[in-house]
Design a protein around this ligand. Structure first.
Ligand code: IMP
Ligand code: MG
Length: 205
């Protein structure tokens, strides 16, 4: 068996529900975006960012927890010297509605004054989290501040935010996978999916 064949056996070329977390399959309603579609988009975004920042200093800031997956994949398609930092903000907890209240749970380790900052987000829903973060980071006087968001729910935006690098537009539904959770689960699914209604009902107190 060649190395390539062994690789293909290990990493199936087309992701289906049955080749990942078997225990999650009964909870999944629909796969909205496949692993292949996500990976193709990430590669394109990485190439675009590489072109735009060539010869410049660049600092990626990931918003935890959701963005750790897109950060890992995207950064390997940015063929430039890079630095990383992370912020953690409060999100929905066990609810699927945004609270509008953003709390910084972990601040940056690095100073960003005078630096080119690219904020990497998993998903923009109401835009409240992002608007808050941008305002907060802007006060630290970076040389530039742009946003890369893999997913964006277009119909529910409450705050206008400028997304320089955008992946997929989504309908206003709650989604999991590729870093996104419900009740801290499903983050490791390589695709984006909706959950069956009974999954939410079972989680209610
Ligand atoms: P926003 O402040 O309403 O834009 O919410 C942004 C944050 O809420 C994201 O970074 C996610 O952590 C979380 N979020 C928004 N929509 C979803 C979803 O459909 N599934 C899982 N998490 C979501
Ligand atoms: Mg969350």
């Amino acid at each position: 068996m060649t190395g390539q064949e062994r690789y293909e056996e290990f990493v199936p070329s087309s992701a289906t529900l049955t080749d990942h977390v078997a225990e999650y399959e009964r909870d999944i309603d629909q796969v909205l975006i496949t692993r292949e579609e996500i990976q193709t988009k990430i590669e394109l975004l990485g190439e675009e960012i590489t072109g735009d920042y060539r010869g410049e200093d660049l600092l990626l800031i990931g918003v935890l927890k959701g963005a750790f997956v897109v950060m890992a994949d995207l950064s390997r398609h940015i063929r430039l010297p890079l630095q990383f930092d992370f912020m953690a903000v409060s999100s929905y907890g066990a609810s699927t509605k945004t609270s509008g209240v953003v709390r910084i749970l972990k601040d940056l380790d690095l100073e960003i004054e005078g630096r080119n900052v690219l904020l990497v987000e998993d998903i923009i829903d109401s835009g409240l989290t992002l608007a808050y973060l941008l305002k907060n980071l802007q006060t630290r006087r970076p040389a530039s501040l742009e946003v890369c968001a893999l997913f964006r729910k277009t119909e529910v935006q409450q705050v206008a935010v400028n997304i320089r690098y955008q992946g997929f537009e989504l309908p206003p539904v709650f989604v999991v996978g590729y870093g996104l959770d419900f009740n801290e689960r499903y983050r490791n699914l390589p695709y984006l999916a909706t959950l069956k209604p009974e999954v939410y009902r079972e989680a209610l107190p």
